[in-house]
Design a protein around this ligand. Structure first.
Ligand code: SF4
Length: 148
């Protein structure tokens, strides 16, 4: 089992730039993501930086199921990201549609929608409703290994 210091050492080898996308969930996952980015949990200590364009990002942080309205913008944003790229799916809605599974306006979980345009896309799944900031941070640390 990895120790905290070995996880920190692993995390610090690369500084991922992150683009955040909310695809129509209830917004609680977005609040937990915001918590990760603010001083209490402070993911910047891992070198994580929030950016405003997918063209500058290594990582897409996605919350919520994919609604019909968000489907194409999500696929376009993914294709604009340079390779290697990874998506971190935050919450059960992003991972598997969760409570929105039978909703008429939802077209799929995030991985299915992105794989339509990029079959080799890589994902890190962070379940929970919503997941705690500590769990999201563990997902971010895991993705650093995926990027390499
Ligand atoms: S996983 Fe839960 S908290 Fe997150 S968007 Fe879905 S319903 Fe909301």
């Amino acid at each position: 089992m990895a120790t905290t210091s070995s996880l920190f050492a692993k995390a610090l080898r690369k500084s991922p730039w992150v683009f955040h996308v909310g695809t129509s969930g209830c917004n609680n996952c977005d609040i937990e993501i915001a918590d990760c980015l603010t001083p209490r949990f402070d993911v910047e200590r891992f070198g994580v930086r929030l950016v405003g364009s997918p063209r500058h990002a290594d990582v897409m942080l996605v919350s919520g199921p994919v609604s019909r309205a968000c489907r194409e913008p999500l696929q376009e944003a993914w294709l604009e990201m340079p390779r290697p790229r990874v998506a971190v799916l935050v919450g059960v809605c992003a991972c598997s549609m969760g409570a929105y599974r039978d909703a008429y306006s939802v077209t799929g979980p995030v991985d299915k929608v992105i794989r339509e345009v990029d079959p080799d896309a890589k994902f890190v799944y962070v379940p929970g409703c919503p997941p705690k900031p500590e769990t999201i941070i563990m997902g971010i640390v895991k993705l650093l290994g995926e990027i390499r």
